[in-house]
Write a protein that binds this ligand. Structure first.
Ligand code: RUQ
Ligand code: CUA
Ligand code: CA
Length: 637
């Protein structure tokens, strides 16, 4: 590439030209959607702001000098990669990756016995589709104990321990498909993880009714956050997309874009309105306690019928413009705000009115709506600054719009006020956005991230597949200011950012940690003390190899097995030094795992070929790290 081309690429003129081109193509796509939605006429797109960060000095604040620590932890969903990624905010240095629904070549997640126990039956899947990471609460504030995240691809919900940054529990939700929206009870503490199943299926899904979509339905699911067991499910009308909970622990609300119960795209656009489904957690618990439920198939999870036809009054359906998407609770606890997607509006539901709704004191479901501001094209998600302002992504407009909630309510009541504060261009096509602490009552309105689905011309080209582009915006002042671009891999849907003091991590493992307790118990059955013993135990054609590691030595420099043996190697890292992780890798066997200080890790594989196979430490641990190895001697069968 010539200097001239490089120079051109950096000029605002060219960037703006590209912006228009992109906005145009997005508008064409949207126009066909909007046309089908009976929304012709939307789609005039203009952009005038430069694509580069504004030079007003704010960017200097986000430089975190070498050796300095960031102010916030950012937990990014890894999307189709199935992982969670940890960034320091504001530096956007990637600090760690946590394998959750994927398997990991480095740590052995998905391969070690400890992690296979966590993955359970779903260990056979190598993929996941993680969307919504959320951190546990006590009284509406993040308590830093756990992070929970959904897997749309294989209908799972996982929990990550934030003292060790490891996935420690997973559940596959029965009788539903595609967990999408996921949120936690915020008060008094996170007792429940709530999970939306997006797709409609016959139930039980055992081959019956496959040709009769009128018999399909889906359910809203409550998982016990402490035991990770599914506690109950609620059958709903329509489907469930995104959701959020209130700040009292009483209510949750979910968007439904398929009130039609359709199985095709045109079908899901038929109704002029869809709805927001509101759940009364108390009333559902009461129905379960009174035995007012069924079970489905071979699952014993109580299923409460929340459809209108069942008349149980555990749910309410609030009509909103068709095919809504995001639903985000304002951090003052006042509103559920549902984004219009195909409508240029968001709908504000006043949570304080929900008691009256369920008690039948309102004449119309829509009476809980207290604002419906028009914001721009393609509103998808909303976040908050804790100062009364909301920030909504506009997918089609490629903008984030800052607007004032109380002014939007006044406007809805007929007052002539302008609730829009500012629109800022983002690059390009934003989905979620997320501001610091904006899922808790502690929202501090400092940084906002716009998680953009397209990066187009923002980075050095890497072929047809592009990264996404997560843009950091300063929202601490009156004006939003674009600060920084971070490329991210396929694809963070959502993120959660909390203060660094809200997380307390362990520096080394404790020997009695439940993460490897089952492995310790197995060793005890063999009469092995993991901290001292280096032994090989033969049990038929199963061989259990126990060894320690202390840099730069494995407790065994060789062990002998027979061809065809099932070999389990259990290693206990006796080093107590922070950051002194060892690895265990067997050459040509696809075996690799992490053993961090004071951790026990184990892996089982078949010694299928005779010969000499070296095993080695694959985590650089010592000046003699290269020498930290041994031989597995496999005798011919
Ligand atoms: S969704 S881009 Cu999976 Cu949260 Cu809206
Ligand atoms: Cu132990 Cu490298
Ligand atoms: Ca619809």
């Amino acid at each position: 590439m010539s200097d001239k081309q490089t120079g051109d690429k950096l000029t605002g003129t060219v960037n703006q030209g590209r912006r228009r081109f992109l906005a145009g193509s997005a508008a064409v796509g949207a126009a066909s959607v909007a046309g089908a939605a009976g929304m012709a006429g939307v789609g005039a797109l203009t952009h005038s702001q430069p694509a580069k960060a504004q030079a007003n000095g704010s960017a200097a604040n986000i430089h975190v000098a070498p050796g300095e620590l960031d102010e916030y932890y950012g937990f990014w969903s890894g999307g189709k990669s199935g992982e969670v990624r940890i960034y320091g905010v504001p530096s956007m240095r990637e600090i760690m990756r946590i394998p959750v629904f994927n398997h990991c070549s480095a740590s052995g997640y998905g391969q070690t016995n400890e992690t296979k126990r966590i993955l359970g039956d779903s260990a056979k899947y190598f993929n996941g589709d993680a969307h919504h990471p959320h951190i546990s609460y006590t009284d509406g504030s993040h308590d830093g104990r756990y992070l929970f995240i959904n897997d749309k691809a294989n209908t799972r919900v996982a929990r990550v321990r934030l003292d060790v940054f490891k996935t420690d529990a997973m559940v596959t939700v029965p009788n539903v498909q595609a967990i999408h929206g996921l949120r936690l009870q915020k008060a008094p503490r996170t007792n429940y993880v709530f999970a939306n199943a997006e797709y409609l299926i016959p139930q039980p899904n055992d081959g019956r009714d496959i040709n009769d979509p009128t018999k399909y339905h889906t359910m809203w699911n409550a998982i016990d956050a402490d035991t990770m067991e599914v506690k109950w499910q609620v059958i709903v009308d329509g489907n469930l997309d995104n959701m959020d909970t209130d700040y009292t622990g009483k209510y949750a609300a979910a968007t439904c874009y398929n009130s039609e119960g359709a199985v095709t795209l045109p079908g899901t656009m038929r109704n002029e309105r869809d709805w927001v489904t509101v759940f009364s957690i108390e009333r559902i618990e009461q129905a379960v306690a009174e035995g007012n439920y069924i079970t489905i198939g071979d699952s014993d999870v109580p299923v409460v019928d929340g459809r209108k036809s069942a008349g149980l009054n555990v749910t309410r359906y609030v009509p909103v413009p068709k095919n809504p998407h995001g639903l985000n609770t304002s951090t003052d606890g006042k509103y559920f705000i549902a984004a219009g997607k195909l409508s240029p509006t968001v709908t504000m539901i006043e949570i304080a009115k929900l008691d009256d709704l369920f008690e039948g004191n309102l004449s119309d479901e829509r009476d809980v709506v207290v604002g419906e501001p028009e914001l721009g094209l393609g509103p998808l998600h909303t976040t908050y600054d804790g100062r009364g302002n909301a920030y909504t992504t506009l997918f089609i407009d490629s903008q984030v719009v800052k607007w004032n909630m109380e002014d939007a309510v006044r406007h809805y009541n007929g007052e002539d006020v302008n609730y829009i504060r500012q629109k800022i261009d983002v690059h390009y096509q934003p989905g979620h956005n997320h501001a610091t602490l904006s899922e808790s009552k502690d929202a501090d309105g400092k940084y906002l991230f716009s998680l953009n689905k397209f990066s187009k011309d923002r980075y050095l080209p890497v072929g047809p597949l592009h990264p996404e582009n997560d843009q950091m915006i300063d929202i601490s002042g009156e004006e939003m200011v674009l600060l920084h671009d971070t490329p991210t891999f396929a694809e963070p849907h959502d993120a959660v950012i909390i203060r660094r003091d809200q997380i307390q991590t362990k520096q080394i493992w404790e020997r009695n940690d439940p993460y490897f307790a089952a492995t310790v118990a197995r060793a005890q059955e063999d009469g092995v003390t993991l901290e001292t013993d280096n032994v090989v135990i033969r049990d038929g054609n199963q061989v259990r190899v126990y060894m320690t590691s202390v840099a730069p030595n494995f407790g065994l420099t060789e062990f002998t097995v027979k061809q065809g043996d099932e070999v389990t190697v259990t290693i206990t890292n006796l080093d107590r030094v922070e950051d002194l992780t060892h690895g265990f890798c067997v050459v040509n066997h696809g075996v690799s795992m992490e053993i961090s200080p004071q951790q026990t890790s184990s892996v089982t594989f078949t010694a299928d070929r005779p010969g000499v196979f070296w095993y080695y430490c694959n985590w650089f641990c010592h000046a003699l790290h290269m020498e930290m190895k041994g031989r597995m001697l496999v005798e011919p069968a």
